[in-house]
Design a protein around this ligand. Sequence first.
Ligand code: TRP
Length: 459
Amino acid sequence: MKRDRVTLGGKLSAVLVAAGSAVGLGNIWRFPYIAGENGGGAFLLIYIFCIMLLGFPVLLAEFSIGRHTRKNAVGAYRSLSKRWTFLGYNAVLSPFVILGSYFVVAGWTLEYLVVSLTGGITNYVSSAANEQLFNDFAISPVRPIIYTLIFIVITHIIIVMGVRKGIERSAKFLMPLLLVVLAVLAVRSVTLPGGTEGIKFFFKPDFSKVTAATFLNAMGQSFFSLSIGLGCMITYASYFKRDTNLTATTSNVIILDTFVAILASTVIFPAVFSAGIAPEAGASLVFITLPSIFNTMQLPWLWSSAFFLLLGVAALTSTISLHEVITAYVSEEWHMSRKKAARIITGLLIVLASAASLSVGIGRDYTLFGMTLFDLLDSLTADILLPIGGLCTAIFTGWFMDRRILREQITNGQSRHLFVYRTVAILLKYVCPVLLTVIFLYNLGFFSLLTNIFVSLQH
Ligand code: TRP
């Protein structure tokens, strides 16, 4: 039975497919704005530190679980330990939560692509005008949902085409395209008048802006960006070949993912400084500030189309990976064809994403815990599901899983990479649980609660 499972083809495929999942809105939209809010260069250094201490071991652990068990996330955990099967369910349910809001933002990139291709981008002349245009669009009940639906359907089609034809082929084509377009845009952006200010901001650390929150933001961002904590990489690694070098794959995915985040920042910060916009502008950085920057260039529609195409492409390879986690589970555990499984999941996602889209506009007044559905899905992911998933993965692989599995997977049954295995085992056992517990408690407001108690005790 096990031998029949599809595997990926060429040597590069494992890296491309996993990097396709990792590289997404997280790198191009989220990373620059979080870095902008956290002082630029200093954030970059702290982020790299988190990637090495947390990202590397957890990603390698997920790869090991996936390739060892060669099963979907639930099946994988169940076959390793009945008690830890809940982690598999967490892994299958969380992609719904992420996709609910991710598809909405992905839909926005399509709208901006269409506006760019049709020349409408020339109306985006000032930050104020752009904000107005963005709000008019996002708040309207129909247009955003249509784009979100189109995005869901494209994801669905690629999923139904299957692991080899769909996922592997699209990653092989889309990843290199993405790097080329980003590199061209970076060159254009750096050469804008005043652009070097942006480079200085991003590459020259200013530690005066670093606070405890900077570390915590960097940790959360590293998880989101590497697609870890949800079993996404477990599912993908279940398709890896037996002789794929997991250590090299992990390093390459991390290098590519970080490179894209840095390249995206090299596009965004020089452009932001050149136009005199504050780098702390926040989540609106891409949709509200970039269009007017394109308008300072020759052929604005071309730059703008290239950029939003790229953002859409990056988002697509990520939505595919999230959809695949659920599809693999439903088709394997419920004994259904991929097609039928994908159809059920897509149906549910359409309902969820449409509701999330409406909650930005006409449904704004329906809130839960003071948040719209869109914000709720977003914060549930970053604040709760990812830290819990990552923490449990580290505790499980560090303390409970048979050590030989990790060793066998990392070394491919040989004596190479023994050093990597030993280091990763220590990181998983001690360093990750401690760091992740800190993030989690912080996100729950535990520390501000402590500070409040402390302050009130002093009075
Ligand atoms: N990493 C993707 C991004 O940067 C998003 C993503 C895909 C993700 N799969 C995931 C995030 C699994 C967390 C877990 O946009």
